[in-house]
Structure formats: structure tokens, C-alpha cells
Design a binder for this molecule. Structure first.
Ligand code: BDR
Ligand code: CA
Length: 339
């Protein structure tokens, strides 16, 4: 089966952890590396969580795809602060350690992060793998820094699949913003304007996909199931308190699902911007769909200047929740099916 090279940029994070497991276990993806970024928790914890997830998954992976000689992808620690704002975390959603306080069950970490900066690592990975897709599930600080450092290399990326943004009244941080864009709105705006092909998966679609403890009970590999249930417990309880259902949104796994099977989503092309100057609107995502030429001609000059840019963003406007969840759970259980 042809595999697709991907690079994960994560603020791991409970749902980031689900996304990492999903990507690593997908026979369709070849994870070339993982960079971490401050977001849900400080970056040091995100790095520890990514390494821990790799350690849990390594024996699973070896049994799953020995023919591909999978070795653990390198992990690189990235930005500890957003470009301009102070770090804002989500410990009430993800726990003090970012994985629902499950880290206390696992003490030994064998792998260490590579000693290279995240922007350099991203650029090098892109240069070595021109067809690579970046899957970004945290604030976009590392990606924006990589674009600032070597824009022409970054333009060779096949695509960036992002979990971020919220439209038409959706929000989970502040009155109009989604968390990843709220934390580093400057970085999000740089990435949206970069001209690199982007597929954006906002809250409007990610809040349609829910995973429950019952679903995860179906992961038959004991070690993986135990790990995922421990990691998600706090996140699920948060949703029970705030959303009145026992389970959690599959935000970040959707950015992975989109690379494995784009047909799960409907997309609309247009121009996306992120508000970074607003007092009440920090992190708000603004989407400008393609207009007909007559309407475009009537726009104020600053808007039409914007519209002359290459249209490179596609925003997910619809998702098939049942098929997406099935793909996610089947991928997590692929190993179990053989064992
Ligand atoms: C996003 O915010 C984070 O808390 C989650 O990991 C996800 O990436 C959802 O708004
Ligand atoms: Ca995340």
C-alpha cells in the first residue's frame, strides 16, 4: 500500500495524543517526525507526552508492520511561547500534565527529543520529503517560524492539514475563537496567508465527532487500550461537566483523518484570516469565500487587494461523523485484529 509522508506538529494534549496514535497506526501514513509546541500545556510537558505515546506504541507498531521496518519517528521540542502573546493553556481540559494526569503511571522515557530547533526540523523534513503533508494540531507557532525562516522550502509542502478556527458563532476560547488560533493568532494568520495549500478543520466540523469510553474499550490491544483510557478519562469528564455527554470531541484526529481519506469532508475554497489585533475578537477566524467578479469589483480596495492573493485555503464545512469515527476506531484496532 502506498504511504503518505506526514509530519505532526502537536501540543500534546489528550486529543493530540489520539491523533498521534491514529497517524502512527494508519497503514496509509508514514510519520516522518513529531514537533511539539506550547499550547494545551507548557511545551516541556507536550514533548514528554509525545515521547510517552511513542513508547507505548512502538511495540504495537513493530508487530503491526514489521515489513516496513518502522522505527520511532524523531521528536523535536518546539516553541515555548506564542509569537507575541503570553502562553495561555488549557489544563482544565487536558489535566495538569496535558494527558489527564496519566503520566504518573509511566515513569521511564527511553527516547529523548532531537537537539535541533523545530523550525529547522520542519524545513529539513520538507526538503527531504517534498511530498510531505504537515498535520498541525496545536497553535501554529512552529509552522509560522519555519515559514519565516525559509518560505521557499515551505512552499514545497504538499499541504498543511490543520485543526483550528471556528466560524458562524462556534467558539471554545473567548467569545469568537477556537483555542489553537486564540493561543497564537499571529502565527495562525501568517500560516493562513502563506499561500501554502491548507485544509482547515474548524470546530464546526470537529464538534460533530465524539468518541466515548465505550468506543475505546473496543481497542483490543491491552496496553494501548489502557493507555488511551487513562489519558482520556479527565478529558471525558470535562465534557460531561461542560457539554453534558460522557466522551470527548475528536478535534485533532480529524486533521489526520482528512489526510487518510479526504472524502470524509466537504470543503469550500476561499481566503482565511485570523484576527490578532481585536480586543474582543482575538483569534477569531475570518473566512472570505470566492465571490463572482462583479461583486469583487465593488469591494473596497483593501479587501480586493486581499482577494488578489492566491486562494490556498479550503475550509471543511461538512463531515461524515459515522465514517470518520469508524476509520479512527478501526485504525486504532488494526493491531488487535491480528493479535
Ligand atoms: C483544540 O484545542 C486544544 O485544546 C485541542 O487539543 C485541539 O487542538 C480544539 O480547540
Ligand atoms: Ca491540540
Amino acid at each position: 500500500m502506498k504511504t503518505h509522508p506526514v509530519l505532526l506538529d502537536v501540543d500534546a494534549g489528550v486529543d493530540d495524543t489520539l491523533a498521534i496514535a491514529f497517524a502512527l497506526l494508519s497503514p496509509r501514513l508514514d510519520v516522518k517526525g513529531i514537533s511539539t509546541v506550547a499550547g494545551n500545556v507548557p511545551v516541556r510537558s507536550c514533548t514528554r507526552n509525545a515521547l510517552l505515546t511513542l513508547e507505548i506504541l512502538t511495540p504495537v507498531l513493530h508487530s503491526l508492520l514489521p515489513e516496513r521496518k518502522r522505527t520511532s519517528p524523531p521528536v523535536v521540542e518546539g516553541a515555548s511561547e506564542p509569537l507575541r502573546e503570553k502562553l495561555f493553556t488549557a489544563k482544565e481540559v487536558h489535566g495538569e500534565d496535558g494527558i489527564g494526569n496519566a503520566s504518573k503511571f509511566y515513569s521511564r522515557l527511553l527516547q529523548k527529543p532531537l537537539n535541533i530547533s523545530a523550525p529547522d526540523f520542519i524545513i529539513q523534513t520538507v526538503q527531504k520529503n517534498p511530498q510531505v503533508t504537515i498535520i498541525a494540531t496545536g497553535p501554529l507557532t512552529n509552522v509560522a517560524l519555519a515559514i519565516g525562516k525559509n518560505e521557499s522550502a515551505m512552499k514545497r509542502v504538499r499541504e498543511i492539514s490543520i485543526m483550528g478556527g471556528a466560524f458562524n458563532g462556534f467558539h471554545n476560547t473567548g467569545p469568537v475563537a477556537e483555542f489553537n488560533f486564540y493561543v497564537d493568532p499571529d502565527a495562525a494568520d501568517v500560516v493562513m496567508k502563506s499561500g501554502i495549500p491548507i485544509r482547515l478543520h474548524p470546530l464546526n466540523v470537529t464538534e460533530q465527532c465524539i468518541v466515548t469510553p465505550h468506543d475505546l474499550q473496543a481497542v483490543r490491544n491491552r496496553m494501548l487500550r489502557e493507555y488511551l483510557l487513562r489519558v482520556t478519562k479527565f478529558y471525558f469528564q470535562f465534557h460531561r461537566r461542560t457539554e453534558r455527554f460522557l466522551g470527548g470531541y475528536l478535534h485533532d484526529p480529524l486533521a489526520v483523518a482528512a489526510v487518510i481519506d479526504p472524502s470524509l469532508f466537504d470543503y469550500e475554497p476561499g481566503y482565511a484570516h485570523v484576527e490578532f489585533a481585536g480586543k474582543y475578537t482575538r483569534g477569531m477566524s475570518v473566512f472570505f469565500p470566492k465571490l463572482n467578479p462583479a461583486k469583487e469589483a465593488a469591494l473596497p480596495e483593501w479587501v480586493s487587494r486581499t482577494l488578489r492573493r492566491r486562494m490556498s485555503v479550503r475550509v471543511a464545512t461538512g463531515v461524515d461523523p459515522a465514517r470518520t469515527k469508524k476509520l479512527f476506531l478501526q485504525t486504532l484496532s488494526a493491531y488487535s485484529a491480528r493479535k
